[in-house]
Design a protein around this ligand. Structure first.
Ligand code: S3P
Length: 172
């Protein structure tokens, strides 16, 4: 089976659902945000503040490359990963791209004040709304399958994804 790369907006459940999928499959779980922080030796808000977003994205590209080499694995991708065609190309080689979607109220409830999300800082609601509108078409364009997690528990979301992936496996 191909690895699973979870993509989608901040607060869509990539990390919690990803951990559950990894547990069920007995596969390692990796999070590109964690790989970035490990490489940089500091947390993401600090990378953005000190080095800027472009530096963060460069580290993120390396993290995606590193994560895609682990096979099989469940990879939780930072929300900006699919925006870079090089990342999508890299992930496609070894993974199915699973889009987790969530509506705006759910995203806001899950990210709280957005302290750890530099892109939401200052005005989480306004920024999240704008970015969701801007990014959703791209997420959908690259995804092999999509699941809306707004009203799903983590275990139910994982179950749904495994069913959908099994369906895809039978087809290809
Ligand atoms: C980002 C999402 C964050 C993190 C960074 C930028 C984005 O990851 O990579 O703050 O551009 O959407 P999560 O999606 O895991 O919150």
């Amino acid at each position: 089976m191909r690895s699973l790369a979870l993509i989608g907006f901040m607060g869509s459940g990539k990390t919690s659902v990803g951990r559950e999928l990894a547990r069920r499959l007995g596969w390692p779980f990796v999070d590109t945000d964690e790989l970035v922080e490990r490489r940089a030796g500091r947390p993401i808000p600090e990378i953005f503040a000190r080095d800027g977003e472009a530096a963060f994205r460069a580290l993120e590209r390396e993290a995606v490359r590193e994560a895609a080499r682990l096979r099989p694995a469940v990879i939780a991708c930072g929300g900006g990963v699919p925006l870079d065609p090089a990342n999508v190309q890299e992930l496609r080689r070894t993974c199915r791209l699973v889009l987790l979607e969530a509506d705006l109220p759910t995203v806001l409830a899950r990210v709280g004040g957005g302290e750890n999300r530099p892109l939401l800082r200052g005005d989480p609601e306004g920024r999240a709304q704008r970015l969701l509108v801007e990014r959703t078409p791209r997420y959908r364009e690259v995804a092999d399958l999509a699941v809306d997690t707004s009203r799903l528990e983590v275990t139910a979301a994982a179950h749904r994804i495994l069913e959908e992936v099994a369906r895809l496996e039978r087809r290809t």
